[in-house]
Design a protein around this ligand. Structure first.
Ligand code: PAF
Length: 289
């Protein structure tokens, strides 16, 4: 049976009860989908105690973003967590997570947090790292599982753990996609059927870039192939591209034309009022275009 804890006091006994076992946490904002379930499966496989946090974090939403309309589906989330064998769902209030009100002390993501998602969502990664830090303190895991779909978030969480000597292992879990390629996301439920079809351009663009790399072409060709797909989709105005970038997974800086090695091809675009992100890990074997 999955227990529900809403306060730190309610959560503590579960954590104390597994003091000698391996404790894992999966942090979510709820509206769970198959991508989250993959994280839960991995956590259940690796850990003795699995805690899932469900918290829509106000600190990571900008003033014109979707905090108010973000889907809140706790009853459904609890059922899915029970089916996945989760031990405890921790669903705190804003006051429980931010007992002093909006926090004066926050975690700065540095330069890596100011590009791509950070450029289009100012303050986003400060909000994410601050709440991840708090939830790590509250849930005290040995291992925390994050989706590779949010590749920049995952890289920044890894960097925070390294830079701040935090005693937790971070595990990245591969992106789950629908059969037609669309990456699973809580925000997909905002899309109309027509918009969902348009949104497929994101994964198609990433695949086109990956195919160029697999054919032995370099960074310029990868970018060009992906941009071509997006430009065609954007031509009728139904899709607006925020960025398409081929970056170094260590710091999310753009890779130079002659780069060889592991990179991340990342995209963000808006379809109607819905903003979507996706990425693929890519290995460049040739510095030639
Ligand atoms: O990836 C998310 O759902 C959120 O950014 C996280 C990690 C739960 C922090 O609010």
């Amino acid at each position: 049976m999955t227990a529900l804890a809403s306060t730190r006091a309610e959560l503590e006994p579960f954590l104390d009860g597994f003091a000698n076992g391996k404790r894992g946490v999966v942090m979510t904002m709820g509206a769970l989908h198959e991508g989250h379930l993959e994280l839960l499966r991995q956590a259940r496989h690796d850990c003795d105690l699995v805690v899932v946090t469900v918290f829509v974090n106000p600190l990571q939403f900008g003033p014109n973003e979707d905090f108010d309309r973000y889907p809140r589906t706790l009853d459904d989330d609890l059922k899915l967590c029970a089916e996945a064998g989760v031990d405890v769902v921790f669903a705190p209030s804003v006051g429980e997570v931010y007992p002093g009100g909006p926090p004066i002390v926050q975690i700065s993501p540095g330069a890596m947090g100011e590009v791509l998602e950070g450029e289009f969502r100012p303050g986003f990664f400060t909000g994410v790292l601050t709440v991840v830090n708090k939830l790590l303190h509250l849930t005290r895991p040995d291992v925390a599982f994050f989706g590779q779909k949010d590749a920049q978030q995952l890289a920044l969480v890894r960097r925070m753990v390294l830079d701040l000597n935090m005693p937790v292992e971070i595990v990245g879990v591969p992106t789950v996609r629908d059969a037609d390629g669309l990456a699973k996301s809580s925000r997909n439920r905002y899309l109309s059927p027509e918009e969902r079809t348009i949104a497929l351009a994101l994964s198609r663009a990433l695949s086109a870039g990956r195919d160029e790399a697999a054919a032995g072409h370099g960074a310029a060709a990868v970018r060009h192939a992906a941009v071509s797909v997006l430009s065609a989709a954007a031509a009728d105005g139904a899709l607006t591209v925020d960025y398409l970038a081929l970056v170094d997974p260590q710091d999310f800086s753009d890779v130079p034309a002659a780069f060889t090695g592991d990179a991340v091809l990342a995209v963000a675009a808006r379809v109607g009022t819905t903003r979507l992100i996706d990425n693929l890990p890519i290995t460049l074997t040739s510095g030639a275009s």
